[in-house]
Design a protein around this ligand. Structure first.
Ligand code: SAH
Length: 365
């Protein structure tokens, strides 16, 4: 483990907020701000290029802006508010970053290396309030939402780490700590900023958003007109079993969830991904595969099977390899597109469901 910088000594949640991060502004919002200052809107594009293409961390370096504007920016905004506290590299090349936020909370971000490029898994909240019974991110509850700029900053920081080797972040998965649809407005802004050609320019089809199933937000998301990939954490083929695994299913039951997913597919014309974690002896039997096939029959979709990842506080056990393949075959027999998720960063607890917000309690004493 490489300690990048000692963490600042301060109490969690007690510091003064810094200036708002400029990473929270969409290009249009930045234009509006400039116009309100009596500046020309085209300056917004220049600023975006400095932030996202040159990745400067100081307004003073934005040399094609008038000095007065640079000073005005510096007294109105901060750039990054994330401090890299730990950077841990796995045997398979996965890198887990622990970032400290301005108020002392910490979040995790993961860089995964695939043969098709570099993918960043971003966090949207400090903790989570959804309470899935298998997931580490929810163990301490929700501390706070992240600002859009704090989500954007994660991608910029990872890109800066890749700049040394001339590599590029080519895709983003919104699958870190937190429920993205529980922090919806920040999520949408984040997506617009990273997707913008003058921003990080990450194509919508290279971005995936995953939700535990907050139904009203699925309808809203369908109406946003975004071409991003969309994944639903399904994990069970029946209402009863899903409630056992995911308490959110009480508020947003499976039949209603499937209606919302149908609406999404019709409205966007896009395929959805169902994430299905295989929890040994719980939802991994052939009868479950048959029920799942029945549930999603005829839908434009894809199933991603996730072998359960070990979380010490949870009691779930892994499904044997042979059973995973049998489950996959059973779905394929029904003509369903199915893949088994490759695991990344297992040795550094960077895999699905293993991320957790750390409170850095030792520093508050
Ligand atoms: N809150 C969002 C984003 C999390 S994405 C959501 O629920 O979709 C991470 C994926 O990993 C989700 O499908 C989640 O259900 C799954 N997951 C959580 N804990 C896991 C574990 N211990 N093993 C395998 N997958 C897990």
């Amino acid at each position: 483990m490489e300690m990048v910088r000692p963490a600042a000594r301060r109490s969690v949640g007690e510091t003064q907020p810094p200036l708002p991060s400029i990473y929270s502004l969409t290009l249009d919002e930045l234009k509006e701000w400039l116009v309100a200052q009596g500046e020309k809107p085209f300056r917004a594009t220049q600023i975006y290029e400095w932030l996202y293409q040159n990745r400067v961390t100081d307004f003073a370096d934005m040399t094609n802006l008038p000095k007065r504007l640079r000073e005005q920016l510096a007294s109105s905004f901060s750039i990054t508010t994330l401090k890299t506290v730990v950077k841990q590299t796995s045997k398979d090349g996965t890198i887990k970053f622990l970032f400290e936020l301005h108020d002392g909370y910490s979040i995790e971000t993961v860089l995964m290396r695939h043969n098709y490029g570099n993918s960043v898994c971003v966090t949207t909240q400090v903790g989570c309030r959804i309470g899935c019974t298998f997931c580490a991110s929810t163990l301490g509850g929700l501390k706070r939402h992240l600002e859009a700029g704090e989500i954007v900053a994660q991608v910029v920081q990872v890109q800066k780490a890749l700049d040394d080797t001339n590599e590029r972040v080519s895709s983003i998965v919104v699958m870190g700590i937190g429920e993205p649809f529980d922090n919806y407005d920040a999520l949408i802004k984040f997506l617009r900023i990273v997707n913008h050609p003058k921003g990080l320019n990450i194509g919508a089809r290279h971005i995936t958003v995953s939700t535990s199933g907050i139904i009203p937000k699925i309808y809203q998301f369908a109406d946003e007109g975004m071409q991003v990939n969309f994944a639903i954490s399904l994990h069970a083929p029946t209402n009863e079993l899903r409630t056992k695994l995911m308490p959110i299913n009480k508020a947003y039951p499976l039949p209603k969830l499937m209606e919302a997913v149908r609406y999404y597919i019709e409205k966007t014309g896009r395929r959805v991904t169902f994430e299905y974690g295989l929890f040994g002896g719980v939802n991994d039997q052939l009868e479950h595969a048959e029920q799942l096939a029945e549930l999603i029959k005829g839908l434009k979709c894809h199933v991603n099977l996730i072998p359960v990842n070990y979380v010490p506080e949870r009691n779930y056990v892994r499904t044997p390899r042979s059973q995973i393949f049998a489950f996959e075959r059973a779905l394929k027999k029904h003509g369903i597109n199915v893949t088994i998720r490759r695991e990344h960063g297992h040795d550094i607890d960077a895999a699905c469901g293993q991320l957790r917000a750390k409170e850095r309690k030792e520093e508050t004493r």
